[in-house]
Design a protein around this ligand. Structure first.
Ligand SMILES: [Zn+2]
Length: 386
């Protein structure tokens, strides 16, 4: 299988995508651009689903498996503070890199997938390639991808989040943990008549700090970080607060369930005698189509062994394409939390740029890495579907 890649057209398409701002829930304009490019590249079918994800299909000449490539179309915003040296939506080329929001996370990967899928030799292709340009990943990992996978069930998935052109065979998951302590209100001139929920929460927080978190030799330690705390009523006027809420960001390792995560907190000796509710947060976001996405914010970790057949095939495909990839794991959470963690469909990650290039000022993507990513995706297609 050969790949005849129009490099300058791929670079220009990536720059077009960067020039179109696409915050989570505002991906409509970039979706239109992606749809037009898929049509221009002669995808066999192209549509936009209920959540605004663009899905394109390339059918091989022979029957076979379905290989799905996923990249999200939303990006984080431009934080106030330190100014960019390059216009955030200018897609400026400076030296060997393209600058702009979303270049690394992950419009470059998306463009590379599209071009790899469109330029493989369909006559030697067994099966079908699905490219999923999914929405709302920055706020709810995996939910929009689930909708795509429900319609076009894949046998294998490639997530295009940055791996610095290595092959990711796992990723940490995340959960949003909500804690609530319940006390008893009283006039703050007589605090002994009430029970102060904030003081209870302080004991809970101290107990949580004592939890010994698990560690994985390949993926590193789990994380449990306090991200906010608020009393209720807030602000309090002459009343002892009867409710206090705290939120934790929990980064998950393979095998950890919601019950494990919550149980480790509620079983701590220091919280006994306190009215404590520990739950997983629920997120609700609106797609630009008007549809609502609702889901529990528990996105499991995932990990395949080096010897896994799909991991080995994808790695061989990258090597055959001239990419000296090694296997690695994502430190952050991706749409693979759904495809691998919940749906148990064999999944790997491969993309240009590094995790440190995401969400930063002067986000950049090296042009050579963009082209190498396209060759790498084509190599994976060849190894899995040829
Ligand atoms: Zn991303």
């Amino acid at each position: 299988m050969t790949l005849d890649l129009p490099s300058s057209r791929l670079i220009e398409f990536t720059r077009d995508l960067i020039r179109i701002p696409s915050l989570s829930g505002q991906e409509e304009a970039v979706a239109h651009r992606i749809k037009a490019e898929m049509r221009a590249l002669h995808f066999d079918r192209v549509w936009v689903d209920a959540y605004g994800s663009v899905v394109g299909i390339v059918d091989g000449a022979q029957p076979g498996k379905t290989l799905l490539f996923d990249a999200h179309t939303d990006t984080v915003g431009i934080s106030p503070g330190v100014p960019w040296q390059h216009e955030p939506f200018g897609a400026t080329i400076d030296g060997d890199a393209i600058y702009g929001r979303g270049g690394a996370d992950m419009k470059g990967a998306l463009a590379a997938m599209l071009y790899a899928a469109a330029h493989v030799d369909r006559a030697s292709l067994h099966g079908r390639i699905v490219v999923s340009a999914s929405t709302l990943e920055e706020v709810l990992e995996g939910v929009a991808l689930k909708a795509v996978m429900d319609v076009t069930p894949p046998d294998f998935v490639v997530i295009g989040e940055s791996t610095d052109l290595n092959l990711s065979r796992g990723g940490r998951g995340r959960a949003e943990v909500h804690l609530k302590t319940t006390g008893r209100p009283s006039h703050s001139s007589a605090p002994h008549l009430g029970r102060n929920a904030v003081l209870d929460m302080m004991k809970v927080i101290a107990a949580v700090e004592q939890i010994e978190l698990p560690e994985d030799p390949f993926m590193g330690p789990a994380i449990l970080a306090l991200t906010d705390i608020i009393s209720d009523p807030y602000p309090g006027h002459s009343v002892i607060p009867s409710i206090c809420r705290a939120t934790y960001d929990r980064r998950l390792l393979p095998g950890e369930s919601a019950a494990d995560v919550l149980g480790a907190i509620t079983r701590q000796p220091g919280v006994q005698g306190i009215i404590l509710h520990a739950t997983i947060g629920v997120g609700e976001y609106k797609a630009y189509t008007g549809a609502s996405l609702v889901c529990e914010k528990f996105f499991p970790a995932w990990l395949y062994p080096e010897t896994d057949a799909y991991v080995a095939a994808a790695l061989a495909g990258l090597h055959a394409a001239g990419i000296p990839a090694q296997t690695s794991a994502y430190r952050f959470c991706t749409n693979a939390a759904y495809s691998a963690g919940l749906a148990h469909v064999p999944t790997v990650g491969f993309g240009p740029a590094t995790e440190a290039d995401a969400h930063v000022i002067d986000e950049r993507l090296r042009s050579d890495d963009l082209l190498a990513a396209a060759r790498g995706y084509a190599g994976i297609i060849a190894a899995v579907l040829a």
